[in-house]
Design a protein. Structure first.
Length: 369
């Protein structure tokens, strides 16, 4: 294998999988067992929930926020949830818009996986297009894309990596990657190990002009769903990557420059393990809050015959129009219900623009933690 030069397109990027001796040892197997166990616990907990859509929406939004923050797209929780409440009224702007596009992309990819039953190039492109809100696809072969890191005190950006380039090169490498992910007979490797390998390979191929990081992290979640390790996109993995961002990029580079697959795979397995444990804890807290709210409804003799109580947990900010359904057909009726919950101390009210919205403070605290 030729020495790697970060200034030259990495067209010699080897196909997957790497040689077994580069990654498989007792330490990796121990970490794999822990990650698999915690992921199974999370899947089992989620399968017992009476209304999974609540947790999908809330966890997916946290994933979107953290994944966007990795790309230095920041917003406060308050701005994000207000934007979510008003997304149908052209209220979206700035970072919040980027974050909600990520969540849209996550759902788009999930639907594609359910329909196709496998990872496809069209599905990956669809996720990318939703992330970036573009009609663009695989970057053209002549585009001179380089990955740069700008250092303090320097006006010249340092080239960190130059992805593969050339007529048909990216397309060929993407086809090899997708085949590796889908064909378990030809590549009988534990799916968590394959996910880690595939994530590196995707980032190394860098198939799009921009948005590769966010698209690649969504692809990780979708792959776990395809392999039935998860039923729903509820693994909040970007939070771990954000907290360990420097190691994330260093470990990616270590594979490219030194073929240090073990270091990278250990990082990704730890990300899955800690994320699964964290998400399980988060879901338990939200479920406990729902049970507490049910108790307050009973104690205060609130009439909720027409109100779908889970609606109060889909997002922290609730507009009256969010409650409209076949049973609640008018804004005034929705306001009446929200005001009753406010009187019971379950919700609080804020004025945003010209209207009032209601705020589930305890849910916000859980999501922001």
């Amino acid at each position: 294998m030729e020495p790697y030069d970060r200034h030259i397109p990495y067209n010699q990027l080897p196909p997957l999988p790497p040689e077994t001796q580069l990654y498989l040892d007792e330490k990796v197997m121990d970490k794999l067992m822990m990650a698999s166990r915690r992921l199974a616990e999370l899947k089992g907990l989620a399968s017992q929930l009476p209304n999974q859509s609540i947790f999908i929406n809330t966890i997916a939004l946290r994933e979107a926020k953290a994944s966007s923050a990795i790309e230095n797209i920041f917003t406060t929780d308050d701005e994000l949830y207000k934007s979510l409440s008003y997304q149908d009224d052209n209220y979206l702007e700035g970072p919040a818009k980027e974050i909600l596009h990520y969540r849209e992309a996550l759902w788009k990819g999930y639907q594609e996986i359910i329909q196709a039953g496998k990872i496809t190039l069209d599905g990956i492109i669809g996720v990318y297009q939703a992330v970036k809100q573009t009609g663009d696809g695989i970057r053209p072969y002549q585009a001179e894309i380089v990955i740069k890191k700008r250092g303090w005190g320097s006006l010249v950006a340092d080239t960190v990596y130059t992805p593969p380039r050339g007529r048909g090169v990216v397309e060929k490498k993407m086809a090899e990657l997708i085949n590796f992910m889908n064909d378990d007979a030809a590549y009988p490797i534990d799916p968590l190990l394959k996910m880690a390998m595939a994530h590196y390979q995707f980032e190394a191929i860098h198939p799009f002009r921009d948005g590769n990081g966010r698209t690649g992290r969504i692809l990780c979640i979708l792959y776990l769903i395809q392999k039935h390790l998860l039923d729903l996109p509820i693994l909040y993995m970007s939070a771990y990557i954000l907290q360990n961002k420097e190691n994330y990029y260093q470990d990616l580079v270590s594979v490219t420059g030194a073929r240090d697959w073990k270091r990278w795979i250990l990082y990704m397995l730890e990300a899955v393990s800690q994320t699964a444990e964290y998400t399980t804890h988060k879901i338990n807290r939200i479920q406990a809050l729902m049970e507490k709210t049910n108790g307050l409804v009973r104690d205060n003799n609130l009439s909720v015959s027409r109100l779908e109580l889970p609606k109060l947990f889909e997002q922290p900010y609730i507009r009256p129009k969010n409650l409209l359904s076949d049973k609640i057909k008018s804004i005034n009726t929705a306001k009446k219900y929200l005001s009753e919950f406010e009187s019971a101390g379950i919700l609080s009210k804020q004025k945003v623009g010209k209207e009032y919205i209601w705020f589930n403070t305890e849910l916000m605290d859980i999501l922001s933690d």
